[in-house]
Design a binder for this molecule. Structure first.
Ligand SMILES: Nc1ncnc2c1ncn2[C@@H]1O[C@H](COP(=O)(O)OP(=O)(O)OP(=O)(O)O)[C@@H](O)[C@H]1O
Ligand SMILES: [Mg+2]
Length: 247
């Protein structure tokens, strides 16, 4: 079954929307519209009665709620109706708290409970927390912002790859339609996340003919006949809007 994403002009590129219970990866540079796409996707589901969960790992949810409330997505109302949920699963400790504790923290790197607690949680810890939310609130649409925050919890590259593939494999069993956001550093470097996801979408924000241009591109979408070209993207009062081909 396909569900509408809520992004104007996008569903026409993918045979009508996302397939349910699949995991999609949305990757893009800073400010390219990843968060907007994610909240729009959840707001669309929430307005149809499907509970949406936005998991933040980098940004505090209140900032995202404030920014997205500028758009006509009904974010505050959907939150009040408990159809749109935000969960902060990022590092727990604020700097102020750390400063107060500094005299108790060992000067040695990685020694002392407090410094460990302040680090990014591992993919398995994050997954268990997400799974608990999904089952308690019967979540149907899930956004994780962003996977880059938990990718680097170990320095061992092969372990990172294994952990990410395990994380995505487990997400596929949750029973919700999931959108993972990731920070794009090198568009030509393929990552485990891209191979493991059912679909991969790139957001672009680049200098083109002396003008900064926003675009979206579907890299892969399993089981779907899709458009592969770059399409212009703009922001309007409802959020992101996909337009015609890049000239
Ligand atoms: N009302 C608006 N009209 C036009 N553009 C806007 C508006 N509000 C925000 N923007 C643009 O949206 C960008 C932020 O979009 P968004 O937060 O979805 O991007 P992101 O890819 O999640 O960024 P980050 O990498 O920082 O998380 C802003 O940098 C700005 O350029
Ligand atoms: Mg963002």
């Amino acid at each position: 079954m396909r569900i509408p994403t809520g992004i104007e002009g996008f569903d026409d590129l993918v045979q009508g929307g996302f397939l349910t219970e699949r995991v999609y990866l949305l990757s893009g540079p800073p400010g390219s519209g990843k968060t907007t796409f994610g909240v729009q996707f959840l707001a669309q589901g929430a307005s149809m009665g499907e509970v949406g969960l936005y998991v933040t790992l980098l940004e505090c949810p209140q900032n995202i709620i404030n920014d997205m409330s500028n758009y006509a997505m009904n974010v505050p109302t959907l939150i009040k109706m408990k159809k749109l949920l935000f969960a902060d699963l990022g590092p727990r400790m604020e700097y102020g708290y750390m400063d107060e504790l500094s005299e108790f923290i060992s000067p040695e790197y990685n020694v002392g409970k407090s410094s460990i607690e302040s680090e990014a949680p591992s993919p398995s810890v994050v997954f268990k927390e997400i799974a608990a939310y999904v089952s308690e609130y019967e979540v149907k649409r899930l956004v994780i912002d962003s996977v880059s925050a938990i990718r680097f919890t170990t320095k061992d590259m092969s372990l990172q790859e294994k952990e990410m593939s395990r994380f995505i494999r487990n997400l596929k069993k949750l029973g919700c339609t999931t959108l993972i956001l990731s920070e794009m550093t090198d568009p030509t470097a393929y990552s485990t996340e891209q191979f493991a996801a059912h679909g991969v979408i790139f957001m672009h924000n680049f200098l083109y003919d002396k003008t900064m241009t926003r675009a979206i591109q579907i890299i892969k979408m399993r089981g779907t006949k899709h458009d592969c070209n770059m399409r212009n993207v703009s922001f309007n009062e409802k959020g992101l809007k996909v337009e015609g081909y890049l000239d």
